[in-house]
Design a protein around this ligand. Structure first.
Ligand code: PEP
Length: 252
C-alpha cells in the first residue's frame, strides 16, 4: 500500500436523482469508517441537478462533489440551458470535469475547453481535465503527440497549475470493458507528466488520473503503477458495491 494521496473520482454522467444519494451515502460511510483509506480522496462528479442536494446531505462528511461541464462564460448571459462555473461553485461543487471525450465528440475544441478551464479556475474550482486518443489515432501511432497537443491547447500557461488535475482516458476504452495494457498506461502517464513539466516550465509534477473501464477486477493490474495518482470511474461509480470494490482491491 502506498502513502501517497490517491484520487477515486466518480463520473456519473447523465445518471441519478435525489434517491441516488443512497449510493453516495454507502460509499461515504465505508470511507469514513475505514482508516485504511485515509490517503485517498473521493470525489463524485454528479449532474448539476444533484450537487446542492448532495452537498447539504454530506455537510459533515468526507466525499467531495464536482460538476461535469460548464459554459465558458464567466458571467450571466443569454445562453439558454447553460450553467457557468461560478454558478456551479455556488451550488456546492469543488471540482469540475472538463474536456471529457463525450463532450469533445459533440464539438468541443481545445480552444473552447481552454476558456472553460480559465473560467473554472477563476471560480475556484479544481479542474479535472480529460485527455485521450481515439482507436484510430492510437493505431496511427499518434497518441503521444495528440496528448501533448491537448495539454498545450487546453491550459493557459499563466494559470494556477496546481488546481489542474489531468485524467488520461483512452477514448476507445471508455464504457467498453477494454483496458489499455498496464505497461502502456505507465509509459503514457510518465510521458504526460514530463510533457506537462516541459510545456509549463514547472518543477511541480501534475496529478494524473487514469480512466477507461476501471473496475474491481482490473484495478489489481494497475494498482502497482505508482505513477498513477488515481482513477476516473464512469459506469462503476453508479454502484456503491462496484465503487467500493475498486477501492478495496486497490489497497489489497
Ligand atoms: C468516464 O466516463 O470517464 C469513464 C472512464 O467511464 P467508464 O469507467 O465507464 O469507462
Amino acid at each position: 500500500m502506498t502513502n501517497k494521496l490517491k484520487y477515486f473520482v466518480g463520473n456519473w454522467k447523465m445518471f441519478g436523482d435525489f434517491s441516488s444519494f443512497k449510493i453516495i451515502n454507502k460509499i461515504n460511510n465505508f470511507y469514513s469508517q475505514n482508516k485504511t483509506f485515509i490517503n485517498s480522496k473521493i470525489i463524485f462528479c454528479v449532474p448539476n441537478t444533484l450537487i446542492y442536494f448532495f452537498k447539504q446531505k454530506l455537510k459533515y462528511n468526507s466525499i467531495l462533489l464536482g460538476a461535469q461541464n460548464c459554459h465558458h462564460r464567466q458571467h450571466y448571459g443569454p445562453f439558454t440551458g447553460s450553467v457557468n462555473a461560478k454558478m456551479l461553485k455556488k451550488t456546492g461543487a469543488d471540482y469540475i470535469i472538463l474536456g471529457h471525450s463525450e463532450n469533445r465528440a459533440s464539438g468541443e475544441s481545445d480552444k473552447l475547453i481552454k476558456m472553460k478551464v480559465e473560467s473554472a479556475l477563476k471560480s475556484n474550482l479544481t479542474v479535472i481535465l480529460c485527455i485521450g486518443e481515439t482507436l484510430l489515432e492510437k493505431n496511427k501511432g499518434k497518441t503521444l503527440s495528440l496528448l501533448k497537443k491537448q495539454i498545450r491547447g487546453s491550459i493557459n500557461k499563466n494559470k494556477n497549475l496546481s488546481k489542474i488535475i489531468l485524467a488520461y482516458e483512452p477514448i476507445w476504452s471508455i464504457g467498453t470493458n477494454k483496458m489499455l495494457d498496464p505497461k502502456e498506461i505507465q509509459k503514457i502517464i510518465k510521458y504526460i507528466k514530463s510533457s506537462f513539466l516541459k510545456i509549463f516550465r514547472t518543477r511541480k509534477e501534475p496529478i494524473v488520473l487514469y480512466g477507461g473501464s476501471v473496475n474491481g477486477k482490473n484495478i489489481e493490474l494497475i494498482s502497482p503503477i505508482s505513477e498513477i495518482d488515481g482513477f476516473l470511474i464512469g459506469g462503476a461509480s453508479q454502484s456503491s458495491k462496484k465503487f467500493i470494490d475498486i477501492i478495496k482491491n486497490y489497497y489489497k
